[in-house]
Design a protein around this ligand. Structure first.
Ligand code: NAP
Length: 266
């Protein structure tokens, strides 16, 4: 094993995850690549072994399937060599919430939310015990914008952002780094999976630029990295407003506006 921690990347067969694999291999990390498409994973692994001389292992898993998820959880919990988890696997769904239906709701939440939380939960106790490690969760700017008509997908990404911020609060003091990455529209296959043509969108980032920016945020130990946001003061202002509001949540009585309404209703 090399001195650098092994990086386990989910959704490494394509798009953002494949570029994370490329960049961590370039940095000299051994890798464990997780996804369903074994031939694509094998082609990537062969290229990185050859180019960077790193060890690349493939763990084929469908993270919406219980047995496969458990296999990845066990690896994260028990392999002391793994020091970085990149929780990247995720998908989008075609249609509006009204059109999507129960099966799509379950599948999207299983991959984008449940698997992310369960893999973080599998590795967090070990990282906390060891006082080191990093968890990178790929969320999305859509988790901040309900107005963009991606209700279910955005809700899963809001979950990932909250999970990351909560884990930062809980694990940061124990020496574990947690990062949420919020890409905007990025040129990958996810768009065609959702029945959309990426070429019809404005402001699409190339996937190499996205991951390089995310890794710049990683190196800075940012908790939340939003590669497309030009002025990060906007995020800081948003966070400050949220925290100022939170200071007012502990009240023994409902707010005056609701007391007035209740009295009128009697
Ligand atoms: P992508 O090109 O479609 O890649 C998705 C990856 O997830 C693939 O490696 C895919 O591999 C894997 N995956 C899909 N279903 C899986 C399953 N059931 N079990 C295991 N792995 C599975 O999409 P991407 O754009 O790179 O997305 C990566 C992450 O970025 C996602 O979390 C996405 O929500 C987020 N994101 C993307 C954008 C964007 O515009 N592209 C914007 C914001 C956030 P297999 O098919 O081989 O399993």
């Amino acid at each position: 094993m090399s001195a650098k921690p092994v990086v386990l990347i989910t959704g490494a067969s394509a798009g953002i995850g494949a570029v994370y694999a490329d960049r961590f291999a370039q940095r000299g990390h051994d890798l464990v690549l997780v996804a369903r498409d074994q031939p694509r994973l094998e082609a990537l692994a062969a290229r990185l072994r050859e180019r960077d001389g790193v060890n690349v292992e493939i763990l084929r898993a469908d993270l919406t399937q219980q047995a496969d998820l458990e296999q990845v959880e066990a690896r994260l919990a028990n392999d002391a060599g793994i020091g970085v988890l990149v929780n990247n696997a995720g998908t989008a769904a075609a249609g509006t919430f009204v059109e999507q239906g129960a099966e799509v709701v379950s599948k999207l939440i299983a991959l984008n939310a449940t698997a992310v939380a369960r893999l973080a939960a599998a590795v967090a106790p070990r990282f906390a015990r060891e006082g080191q490690g990093a968890i990178v969760n790929v969320a999305s700017v859509l988790g901040l914008v309900p107005e963009y008509h991606a209700t279910l997908y955005g809700a899963t990404k809001a979950f990932v952002l909250f999970l990351s911020q909560g884990l930062h609060v809980e694990l940061g003091p124990k020496g574990v780094y947690v990062q949420a990455v919020l890409p905007g529209a990025t040129r990958t296959d996810i768009w065609s999976h959702a029945g959309k043509d990426v070429n019809e969108l404005n402001g699409v980032m190339e996937v190499d630029d996205l991951v390089d920016a995310a890794l710049a945020g990683y190196d800075l130990r940012e908790t939340v990295t939003i590669p497309p946001l030009p002025d990060d003061q906007q995020w800081k202002t948003f966070e400050a407003a949220r925290q100022a509001m939170a200071a007012n949540f502990g009240q023994s009585k409902p707010a005056a506006r609701y007391r007035a309404t209740a009295a009128e209703a009697k």
